[in-house]
Ligand binder design. Structure first.
Ligand code: ADP
Ligand code: ZN
Ligand code: ZN
Length: 675
């Protein structure tokens, strides 16, 4: 290849974010310089050169630009490859955002600091690495063996393992991981949340040893990330675990990506840009690196199941490992409890079963799908519900901090009197995990009780300690949000109580049945995973809900039939692709007006392309959450049946939209919710 004159380099300047600039390649570096290397470059009036990464070469400069030469190469081993850059570019294009936003997500800012000595090795290693390899020989059951062999034989680019809870999906992943490592390649393993990442990492360390395993997610410190990056660069990591952002870790030589609990919403980043879905990024990555993707779930997303059925890449596990029985689910109607004058959070059936279970030396999980103490606070004098002034949603009372928090903008306030009438007669209504914990401590003072939710993630390692103690049998009742619904594998858990099964179904969003069905089925699956038979109790005020019945029977296929028929009828994914445009402004009228104009122009544009038959535009309407951080929000939803072609047409249109500076536009491609 002919040598080029200029290098495009990426620098990270305070406040400006990550940006690219062109520099002259000095003659003495021409043969050495490579994509992905770190270099130093002069910048502005700084005395010392800035650290930068080479991302491309060119022979031309934009007019009016005077390039300076690169000073020198800092590290000769490239940090990333050309494919990696292609992946980031694809993300920027597909999710309609600038490459800067993608870079900010993918590359931790600290990597632009030159003084590497600042990253002292963490004093205490993450306690996750305290576990050791265990030498239990595992043999797959005939059903597992069959799925494993079929995946190997048919070798689809993307496979979906649909296996009921406790069917042993993880053991199949381990076999596939083993094969990949043996062939000299590496593995990325994603789980939806940090608590699950930790559990899976522990299981994997027990299987493969700790030397070549690393974790990557938002609560890993920068120092730890830096250590991991160095290892990734030297190809020392064989299995990288993480939550969604780990899909951007520049691990080399990837042979396999596993996405466990693939139905989980947290694979989609909803804020800020890039609003990416790690599943789709992983698919692209597999295309670029020519490797395979394995998705797994006991309750696959409607989209993934639909696609797997239509591409012959569905692999099913119908029984639990060792023929363990599925737990028996009882639905308790809380209206009847009230009629019998039991006004507490716990039904009599639940209380009786908790006592029996713990007296037998077994353990209990309570699921309450909302953190905090109560769901809203109301004034008993004037009826005012205490809202976040910036977001138009109720503030949630947290007892531990004696404050009200907004779960949208994170603002926190001490509120002692009604903002409208000044009365101090404030009462907390509804349910949250803190309140369930407090009530449980009153009902069961003699038992050991702990709570695990995202509030406990604030303290580093606390969730791992709680999980460890729970696994060791040192906690009788573990109370948690959806965080504990998935993945937990404790054979001594024989009772799961869902305190309010209706909570998950109640969001006004087209995915709420899927979410509700999935969380109930998943949490039920935590019970009776060993030799002992498990029980599950769903407490509900709405016992006739069809999807609750599906979850009781743990009947995914039936759920899929009903739900996918509804999706088809209303033209929701997978029967269409969706884009959501949100326009917001401090001035409500202007937000509304701008969205009406965009809607009108877009619909004309699509008509001109003769795409109007295959597209449907909803709105503009006020968003369900009408105001966030003092901005009024309107949204337009576009459903199209042309797939990526339709998406591209809409994005081409949006590129031409010019908005006044007081109006913001956010584009959410394949949105996971429409709140
Ligand atoms: P899933 O991920 O499908 O819910 P897991 O992989 O966690 O299920 O398996 C459920 C339980 O059965 C785990 O405790 C696991 O160790 C055990 N198990 C699964 N397959 C085997 C096997 N082939 N041999 C021994 N134990 C197994
Ligand atoms: Zn708020
Ligand atoms: Zn009041």
């Amino acid at each position: 290849m002919e040598q080029q004159k200029y290098a495009e380099v990426l620098v990270d300047i305070n406040k400006l974010g990550t940006k690219t600039f062109s520099y002259i390649i000095p003659d003495d570096l021409k043969n050495e310089i490579k994509i992905g290397q770190s270099v130093t470059v002069p910048f502005g009036r700084r005395k010392e050169g800035l650290k930068a990464y080479v991302v491309g070469f060119t022979n031309y400069l934009e007019e009016g630009i005077k390039a300076k030469p690169i000073e020198n190469i800092l590290e000769t081993t490239p940090l990333f490859s050309l494919e990696y850059l292609k992946l980031l570019e694809w993300v920027a294009e597909y999710y309609f955002c600038d490459i800067q936003a993608v870079l900010n997500t993918a590359l931790p800012q600290k990597f632009f600091e030159k003084n590497v000595k600042k990253y002292r090795k963490p004093k205490k290693e993450n306690i996750i690495y305290d576990f050791d390899k265990e030498n239990d020989e595992i043999k797959l059951s005939p059903e597992q063996e069959n799925v494993y062999k079929e995946i190997k034989r048919t070798n689809p680019k993307t496979s979906l393992i649909y296996g009921i809870t406790g069917s042993g999906k993880t053991e199949i992943y381990f076999k596939l991981i083993e094969d990949t490592i043996k062939s000299g390649k590496n593995v990325i393993f994603l789980a939806p949340e940090i608590a699950l990442v930790s559990q899976l990492t522990i299981r994997t360390i027990e299987r493969f040893g700790k030397e070549s395993v690393a974790i990557w997610h938002s609560s890993i410190t920068e120092a730890e990330k830096y250590e991991t990056w160095k290892k990734l660069k030297n190809n020392e990591i064989k299995i990288l675990f993480g939550a969604r952002s780990a899909v951007f870790a520049p691990i080399k030589n990837v042979g396999l990506i596993i996405i466990d609990e693939e139905h989980d919403q947290s694979y989609k980043q909803t804020m800020p840009n890039p609003r990416y879905n790690a599943k789709d990024v992983a698919k692209k990555l597999c295309e670029l690196y020519n490797c395979n993707l394995v998705l797994g779930s006991a309750t696959p997303s409607i989209e993934s199941y639909y696609e797997a059925v239509n591409t012959n890449s569905l692999f099913t596990l119908k029984t639990r490992y060792n023929n363990a029985k599925l737990p028996c689910v009882t639905v308790v109607d809380m209206k009847e409890e009230r009629a019998e004058k039991n006004y507490s959070l716990f039904s009599r059936t639940l209380v009786k079963n908790v006592k029996e279970t713990i007296e037998r030396g077994e353990q209990v999980i309570f699921l309450i799908n909302r953190r905090g103490f109560a769901s809203y606070t109301q004034c008993m004098e004037c009826g005012e519900v205490i809202m976040c002034e910036k977001c138009a949603i109720p503030l949630i009372y947290h007892k531990a901090t004696n404050s009200h928090k907004c779960h949208y903008c994170n603002s926190e306030k001490q509120i002692t009197a009604c903002p409208k009438c000044n009365s101090t007669a404030l009462e907390h209504f509804g349910l949250g995990s803190e309140k369930v914990e407090e009530t449980a401590r009153v009902f069961f003072p003699e038992y050991r009780i702990e709570r695990l939710d995202s509030d406990s993630l604030n303290q580093k390692n606390k969730h791992i300690e709680i999980l460890k103690r729970f696994q060791k049998g040192e906690i009788d009742i573990l109370i948690g949000t959806q965080m504990i619904a998935k993945g937990l594998d404790n054979k001594n858990v024989t009772l799961v109580g869902v305190i309010n099964a209706d909570l998950s179904f109640n969001l006004p969003d087209y995915r709420s049945s899927e979410r509700g069905f999935s969380i109930l089925t998943q949490v039920a699956g935590r019970s009776g995973r060993g030799d002992k038979e498990g029980k599950v109790i769903f407490q509900t005020y709405n016992s006739s809900n069809e999807f609750l019945k599906n979850a009781k029977e743990q009947d995914y296929e039936n759920f899929y039939e009903t739900e996918s028929a509804l999706r088809q009828m209303f033209n929701y994914p997978p029967y269409s692709k969706m884009i959501r445009i949100i326009l917001s402004s401090k001035n409500e009228y202007r937000a509304q007006k701008a969205s009406s104009e965009i809607e009108l122009n877009l619909s004309n544009y699509l008509k001109k392309l003769s795409y109007d038959e295959a597209t449907e535009i909803l709105g503009p309407v006020e968003c369900i959450i009408k105001k966030i951080k003092e901005e009024y929000r309107y949204n337009i939803i576009i459903k199209n049946q042309l797939g990526i072609t339709g998406h591209r047409a809409v994005l081409r249109f949006l590129k031409s939209v010019k908005l006044p500076s007081d109006i913001k536009m956010v584009t959410d491609i394949d949105p996971s919710d429409i709140l």
